[in-house]
Ligand binder design. Structure first.
Ligand SMILES: Cc1cc2nc3c(=O)[nH]c(=O)nc-3n(C[C@H](O)[C@H](O)[C@H](O)COP(=O)(O)OP(=O)(O)OC[C@H]3O[C@@H](n4cnc5c(N)ncnc54)[C@H](O)[C@@H]3O)c2cc1C
Length: 474
C-alpha cells in the first residue's frame, strides 16, 4: 500500500488560499461527519481529514495540484448515495465534494444534448429537459438524490435500462481533471467517434479512480409517447420469472420491468403508508411500464402484455390507468431500499447481481439457497429484465452491527461466486467501491488485473485518486 502524506496546517492554508475559506471544511467534526459514509451504511464509515467543495474546474485543478505535491489521497464525492462504499475516504485525506458545481449550463435542442456540471441532481436535469420537450433517460432509483457526476462515476443503471441503456449510453462528452491537475476534454456534441481509443468510455464507471469529472455532455431522447403501468401479481417468485423474456421479446415497447418480492413490498407499503392491489395474496409483483404512440397502440400493448402475464401464472394484472395509481405504484418501487432500511437500519443494500436473463430463474433459486446456508432473511427485488437482482439481507437479531458488516460481505462474496458460475457478475450498476473489491479480484484473470493496474498508473502514477476502490492497491 502506498505511503500517503497527512494534512498539515500548512496544507490547509494552501487549500484555503486556492479555493477560498468558505469551500474548506476542517476541524469541524459534525460537518466532516457528513462525508464519512455513503448509503452502504454507517458501519463502513471512515473520517476524512478535510473536505473541499470547489466551485469550478480551476479550483478542482488547484486541489489536485496540491494533493499531488504532498501525495494526499483524494476521494471524489457526488451525493454520497452510492452503495459500494466508493465515495468513502478509506485512507482519510481529502474528500473532494462536487456539490457546489451544480449548474445546468446548456440545453441544446439542435444537437439534442444538455451540458451540465457534475453536481446537478439527476432528477433536476430530468425535469429541466422535459420542459424543453426532451427526456434524459438515465434513471437510477436514487434519481432524487444522486448527482449526474456520480451517475457517470458508477455508470448508473436503474429503471429504464431495458429501453435506453445505462448511463454509458447517455454520455457524449466529459471534462476531466487528472490527478496532476491537468484538464482533458473527451468526446463532445457529436454522435460518432472512431478517433482513437475511447478514454471517454474508460472514464464512465471508473468510480473516481482516474480523474475528477467537472463537466458532462449528455444525450437527450425525444419524449416518449403515452405510457401505462401494469402491475402483475404472482403467487410465487418462480412463476413470475418466465414472463419477463416473453414480455421483452413481444414487440411491445417496454420502458421498465421491475421485480418486487412480498417481503420488500410489505415493509415498504407500511413505510410509505399505502397498499398495492391484491397485496394479501401476492408473493411477487412484476411492474411493467410500456409505451405507445396513441391510445389504440397503448391499449393493444397492455392487453398483449397482460395476457402474457396471465398465461405465465399471474393471478391478476392491475392496469394503472390514472396518474394517481401510477404514482402510487412507482412510489413503492422507488422506496423499496428506504422501506427495507426502515425495517432494519443495518440491512445491506449493496447486493447487485447481474446475469443473463436465461439464468435469472437459477440465480433467484441460488439466492434462496445461499441465504438459507448463511441463515439470513433476504428480500429480492431489482431490474429483472436486465437480469439485475438486488438481494437485501437483514441483520440477524443476535448479531452485532460490526460483525454483520463483515458477515454480510462474506455472504455476498459467496453469492457472487455462484452468480459468476452461472455466467453473471457481482455488480450490474452499484459498482465495486471497496466493499466488492475482494470479490471482484477473485473473478478477474491476472492478465485483466494487470491491464487495470497499467491503466490506473497511466492516469494516476502517485495513486492518490480514490485509492483502495475498484482496483487493488500496489
Ligand atoms: C435508494 C437508492 C436507490 C438506488 N438505486 C439505484 C439504481 O436504480 N441504479 C443505480 O445504478 N444505482 C442506484 N443506487 C446507487 C447510487 O445512487 C448510484 O450509484 C449513483 O450513481 C451514485 O451517485 P452519487 O452522486 O451519490 O455518487 P457518490 O455515491 O457520491 O459516488 C459514487 C462514485 O462516483 C465517484 N464520483 C462522484 N462524483 C464524481 C466526479 N465528479 N468525478 C469523478 N468521480 C466521481 C465517487 O468517487 C464514487 O466512486 C441507489 C442508491 C440508493 C440509496
Amino acid at each position: 500500500m502506498s505511503e500517503y502524506g497527512k494534512i498539515t496546517p500548512a496544507i490547509v492554508a494552501e487549500l484555503r488560499l486556492a479555493i477560498g475559506d468558505r469551500n474548506v471544511i476542517y476541524e469541524d467534526k459534525d460537518a466532516l461527519d457528513n462525508y464519512a459514509c455513503d448509503m452502504a451504511g454507517k458501519i463502513f464509515r471512515h473520517d476524512p481529514e478535510i473536505v473541499v467543495r470547489p466551485e469550478n474546474r480551476d479550483q478542482v485543478s488547484a486541489v489536485m495540484r496540491i494533493a499531488s505535491k504532498y501525495k494526499i489521497p483524494v476521494t471524489p464525492r457526488g451525493a454520497g448515495s452510492g452503495l459500494a462504499g466508493a465515495a468513502i475516504p478509506i485512507h482519510g485525506g481529502i474528500v473532494l465534494s462536487i456539490e457546489k458545481m451544480n449548474k445546468i449550463l446548456e440545453i441544446d435542442p439542435v444537437n439534442r444534448v444538455a451540458v451540465v456540471e457534475p453536481g446537478v441532481v439527476t432528477n433536476d436535469l430530468c425535469k429541466a429537459v422535459v420542459e424543453k420537450g426532451f427526456l434524459y433517460a438515465g434513471y437510477p432509483m436514487s434519481t432524487e438524490t444522486s448527482y449526474i457526476g456520480g451517475n457517470v462515476g458508477t455508470n448508473a443503471g436503474g429503471g429504464k435500462v431495458i429501453r435506453y441503456g445505462s448511463t454509458r449510453r447517455h454520455v457524449m462528452g466529459l471534462e476531466v481533471v487528472l490527478p496532476s491537475g491537468a484538464v482533458m476534454e473527451l468526446g463532445g456534441k457529436f454522435r460518432k467517434d472512431t478517433w482513437g481509443y475511447s478514454i471517454l468510455q474508460l472514464m464512465i464507471g471508473s468510480e473516481g479512480t482516474l480523474g475528477v469529472i467537472t463537466k458532462v455532455i449528455v444525450n437527450l431522447e425525444p419524449l416518449p409517447g403515452k405510457t401505462v403501468n401494469l402491475l402483475a401479481a404472482y403467487p410465487t417468485l418462480e412463476s413470475l420469472v418466465s414472463t419477463v423474456a416473453l414480455v421483452v421479446k413481444s414487440g411491445v415497447k417496454v420502458i421498465s420491468c421491475e421485480l418486487m418480492d412480498r417481503f420488500s413490498v410489505d415493509v415498504t407499503t407500511k413505510y410509505v403508508g399505502t397498499t398495492l392491489p391484491f397485496q394479501d395474496k401476492t408473493e411477487a409483483y412484476l411492474l411493467i411500464q410500456i409505451e405507445g404512440e396513441g391510445d389504440d397502440e397503448l391499449e393493444n400493448a397492455y392487453e398483449k402484455v397482460g395476457a402474457l402475464c396471465l398465461e405465465q401464472g399471474a393471478f391478476e394484472v392491475f392496469v394503472a390507468e390514472s396518474r394517481i395509481d401510477s404514482a402510487m405504484i412507482w412510489n413503492v418501487r422507488q422506496n423499496l431500499a428506504e422501506g427495507m432500511r426502515s425495517f432494519d437500519p443495518y440491512c445491506s443494500l449493496s447486493g447487485d447481481l447481474v446475469a443473463p436473463l436465461s439464468v435469472v430463474p437459477e440465480l433467484i433459486r441460488t439466492i434462496a439457497r445461499v441465504s438459507e446456508k448463511w441463515n439470513v432473511r433476504t428480500a429480492v427485488l431489482g431490474h429483472i429484465a436486465d437480469g439485475n437482482i438486488h438481494p437485501i439481507p437483514i441483520k440477524p437479531d443476535d448479531m452485532t452491527p460490526e460483525r454483520w458488516g463483515v458477515y454480510s460481505e462474506e455472504y455476498f462474496e459467496d453469492l457472487i461466486k455462484e452468480a459468476v458460475k452461472l455466467g453473471g457478475l457481482g455488480s450490474g450498476e452499484h459498482g465495486v467501491g471497496f466493499l466488492k473489491l475482494p470479490a471482484l479480484l477473485h473473478t478477474k484473470t491476472p492478465e485483466e488485473t494487470a491491464i487495470h493496474r497499467a491503466i490506473k498508473l497511466a492516469f494516476d502514477p502517485l495513486e492518490i485518486l480514490n485509492p483502495g476502490k475498484l482496483i487493488q492497491e500496489k
